[in-house]
Design a protein around this ligand. Structure first.
Ligand code: PGA
Length: 253
């Protein structure tokens, strides 16, 4: 089966309200008429509403950068899946390496969020990836497996088909050091194997695996030409109205 490519922009904690609105307008205009690729932008949560309003009737979907697993209650500062749906989100990034490594999220935390997102009807983009030390110690496959199986524990085959996985080597995020096509391709292929072992080949064939980590409009085409790389989760370059649309176009050319 041919998986539909999916390019998502993770704006992290980087825009003001007016920058967010300007950026989404420019991206929307630049990708008008582009077909054959799913697209999303993930602005800071306080601007989801404003950015969502700019995306009315566009092919670009809205995503959040995080959520909490509980539905409601005394969880100061947190946001529920229902709240994200309420402002128009279709996607939510979960277990991003910055949340795992800076904010201390465990695989169990991520797993609870994955279940809550799926139950609510959001599509989780679940991030996995090794640090430089882990890669140097030849632990990449072990770490990625631990994060993949840990974050998706208890997720059924039907649900798994709706999940997006993002392989984001920590050493490549925001560093300008992109994984080579071979390095990324190898991990994507081993993730596909893990999916097949757990869910069967037919489901594994449907799950999209994005690559993330220093993706630019210059390296996107090469990465996206790899058969197991089904899209990109883009940080820095997604903040550039001149670059992000080119990455989207690279997915369909
Ligand atoms: P980057 O970030 O493209 O700036 O490396 C990717 C990410 O963290 O999702």
């Amino acid at each position: 089966m041919v998986r539909r490519p999916f390019i998502a922009g993770n704006w992290k904690m980087n825009t003001t309200r007016s920058e967010a609105v300007q950026l989404v307008r420019a991206v929307r205009e630049a990708v008008a008429g582009v077909e054959g690729v799913d697209m999303a932008v993930c602005p800071p949560s306080v601007y989801l509403d404003a950015v969502g309003a700019e995306l009315k009737d566009s092919a670009i979907a809205l995503g959040a950068q995080n959520m909490y697993h509980q539905a409601k209650g005394a969880f100061t500062g947190e946001l529920s899946a229902a709240m994200l749906l309420d402002v128009g989100c279709q996607y939510v990034i979960l277990g991003h390496s910055e949340r795992r490594h800076i904010l201390g999220e465990s695989n169990e935390d991520v797993c609870r969020k994955v279940h809550a997102a799926l139950a609510a009807g959001l599509t989780p983009i679940v991030c996995v990836g090794e640090t430089k030390d882990e890669r140097d110690a030849k632990k990449t496959t072990d770490i990625v497996a631990e994060q993949f199986f840990g974050s998706l524990a208890g997720v059924s085959s039907d649900q798994a088909a709706r999940v997006v996985i993002a392989y984001e080597p920590v050493w490549a995020i925001g560093t300008g050091v992109v994984a080579t096509v071979d390095e990324a391709g190898e991990v994507h292929a081993s993730l596909r194997g893990m999916m097949a072992g757990r869910y069967g080949a037919a489901i594994a064939d449907q799950i999209r695996i994005q690559y993330g980590g220093s993706v630019t409009d210059e390296n996107a085409a090469d990465l996206l030409s790899v058969s197991d790389i089904d899209g990109a989760l883009v940080g820095g370059a997604s903040l550039k109205a001149g670059s992000f649309p080119k990455i989207i176009r690279a997915a369909v050319s």
